[in-house]
Design a protein around this ligand. Structure first.
Ligand SMILES: O=c1[nH]c(=O)c2ncn([C@@H]3O[C@H](COP(=O)(O)OP(=O)(O)OP(=O)(O)O)[C@@H](O)[C@H]3O)c2[nH]1
Ligand SMILES: [Mg+2]
Length: 266
C-alpha cells in the first residue's frame, strides 16, 4: 500500500502526531500529509470504546472519501490512580475544543485532589494507631485492680513499660538526596494505528504502549499533549525533554509504527 517515493495520508488534525510520523517516514522516503492538506473532510466523531475502534473509524471514514489508503492513529494516556482515565477521552479530557494546557491542568488537579484525600486518610489512621495506653490510664488500672504489695510490683513494671512506650523512635539514617522528582501516579501512553485500504476494505492494526509516571510539575517544551507531565525514570527526563527521534525510538507511537511497518515488509 505504501512504498518509497509514496505519499501517505494521515487521518489526523493533530500536528504533533504528524511531526512524529514525518520524522519516522522521512527515513523511508515517504512523504506524509494530514487533514490540514486535504479539503472537504468533515470532523469524524470518535465514538469507539477502544483506541483500535477509533483508529479504524477514522482511517475508514477518510479513506472512503479520498479513495486511497489512509493511516489513522488513536492514542491516549491511561493513569492508574484514575482507573485508566483519561484513556480514549485524552484529547478532550477538559472538554471541547481539545486543549493541551487545559487537559494537563485538569490531570494535575484530579491527581492532587486524590493525593490530598489519601494523605488525610493516612493521618487519621496514624492518629488511631498511636493511641497507645498512657501512663495515667495504666496507673488508674493499677489502683483499680491491685492490693498493696501487688501495687509496688505493678508500679515498677508499669514504669518500665511506660519508658518503653515513651522512648523516642530511633533516628532514621540520613537519606541520600532524592534523584526522582515528585510523582503522582504510574501511567502509560497507548497508541493504535490502522492502515485502511478502501479498494477492498482490508486493514492492518498495530499497537504500542510505554510505561511512565505523572509528574507533579511540567518539565520540557517539546512534544505535545501530556508529554511535559510524563516522566521516564529510565531516561531521567520527561517525554517533552526528548528530541523527536528520541521520542520515536521509545514511544507508544514509534513502537506501533515499527510493528505496522514489519507487517507490510518495510
Ligand atoms: O503527551 C502526549 N504525547 C503523545 O505522544 C500522545 N499521544 C496521544 N496523546 C494524548 O491523547 C490524545 C489523542 O487523542 P486522539 O487520538 O483522538 O488524537 P487527536 O484528537 O489529538 O487528533 P486526531 O488524530 O484524532 O485528529 C492527544 O490529543 C493527547 O492528549 C498524547 N499525549
Ligand atoms: Mg481525536
Amino acid at each position: 500500500m505504501i512504498g518509497s517515493g509514496d505519499v501517505l495520508l494521515l487521518a489526523t488534525r493533530n500536528s504533533g502526531k504528524t511531526k512524529e510520523f514525518r520524522e519516522a517516514f522521512g527515513k523511508l522516503g515517504i512523504a506524509v500529509k494530514d487533514l490540514h492538506d486535504v479539503e472537504g473532510i468533515p470532523d469524524i466523531e470518535e465514538t469507539g470504546h477502544t483506541f483500535a475502534d477509533n483508529a479504524l473509524l477514522k482511517a475508514k471514514a477518510v479513506a472512503d472519501i479520498v479513495g486511497l489508503p489512509v493511516l489513522a492513529d488513536d492514542s491516549g494516556l491511561c493513569v492508574d490512580a484514575l482507573d485508566g482515565a483519561p484513556g480514549v477521552y485524552s484529547a478532550r479530557y477538559a472538554g471541547e475544543p481539545a486543549n493541551d494546557a487545559a487537559n494537563n491542568e485538569k490531570l494535575l488537579l484530579e491527581l492532587k485532589r486524590l493525593a490530598s484525600h489519601s494523605e488525610s486518610a493516612e493521618a487519621e489512621l496514624v492518629g488511631e494507631r498511636s493511641g497507645a495506653p498512657g501512663k495515667e490510664r495504666l496507673a488508674e488500672s493499677v489502683e483499680e485492680h491491685a492490693n498493696e504489695s501487688m501495687k509496688v510490683l505493678l508500679a515498677e513494671s508499669l514504669n518500665e513499660q511506660v519508658e518503653e512506650v515513651e522512648q523516642e523512635p530511633e533516628q532514621e539514617p540520613e537519606q541520600e538526596p532524592e534523584q526522582e522528582p515528585e510523582l503522582l501516579s504510574s501511567a502509560r501512553f497507548v497508541c493504535s494505528l490502522v492502515l485502511y485500504d478502501p479498494a477492498d476494505g482490508s486493514h492492518l492494526t498495530a499497537e504500542g504502549a510505554i510505561e511512565g509516571n505523572i509528574l507533579r510539575e511540567a518539565r520540557g517544551t517539546d512534544g505535545f499533549g501530556y508529554d511535559p507531565l510524563f516522566w521516564l525514570s529510565s531516561h531521567g527526563r520527561s517525554m517533552a525533554e526528548l528530541s523527536l527521534a528520541e521520542k520515536n525510538a521509545i514511544s507508544h507511537r514509534g513502537q506501533a509504527l515499527r510493528r505496522l511497518l514489519e507487517m507490510i515488509g518495510k
